[in-house]
Design a binder for this molecule. Structure first.
Ligand code: THU
Length: 163
């Protein structure tokens, strides 16, 4: 018999960055700084990401584009792969993401693309702890989401490969 299953998730919405806890504000500020080092001559869309590790270390990333378009990489994956490479075994607690564009005003908080969600979910699984997301556009409005899996229902799971 057919059943309809609804999948829901909750996010926290804030009108201004000042409503966040101080550590989340600091992480977002680092993401804003990171976006200044985006290399985005093709899209004009500058993304910054800041990853907070267990113990307080912050690793930043920004999108890095290439004339061979698919060779570029999103800010989130630049940051998370750098964290995995430089601080192996240290758990990721949260990631702040923001963007600005030379073409349009980014009015809403910026959420990671599907490929970055897939990568973040796997790091969350590797961690054994949820990774919190803190998302901002160019304006004050901020969203926070308690766990990356919330953003990717029915995620592809490597355990299906027998790994
Ligand atoms: N981009 C990111 O850095 N993160 C995302 O989650 C989505 C898109 C980058 C890729 C490309 O350099 C530019 O934004 C436009 O898509």
């Amino acid at each position: 018999m057919k059943k309809q299953i609804e999948i829901r998730f909750q996010l926290n919405a804030f009108d201004t960055i000042s409503e966040l806890d101080i550590p989340d504000q600091i992480l977002l500020e680092r993401a804003v700084d990171a976006a200044k080092h985006a290399y985005a001559p093709y899209s004009g869309f500058n993304v910054g990401a800041a990853v907070l590790l267990e113990g307080g270390m912050i690793v930043i990333g920004s999108n890095q584009e290439n004339a061979a378009y698919p060779s570029g990489l999103c800010a989130e994956r630049v940051a998370i792969f750098a964290a995995g490479a430089q601080f192996p075994g240290i758990s990721i607690k949260s990631i702040a993401i923001t963007a600005n564009s030379k073409n349009v005003a980014i009015l809403s908080p910026v959420a990671p693309c599907g490929a970055c969600r897939q990568v973040l979910v796997e790091y969350e699984k590797k961690n054994g702890n949820p990774i919190k997301l803190i998302l901002k556009g160019e304006h004050g409005k901020v969203f926070s989401i308690d766990s990356v899996v919330d953003l990717l229902p029915l995620v592809f799971d490597s355990s299906n490969l027998g790994i």
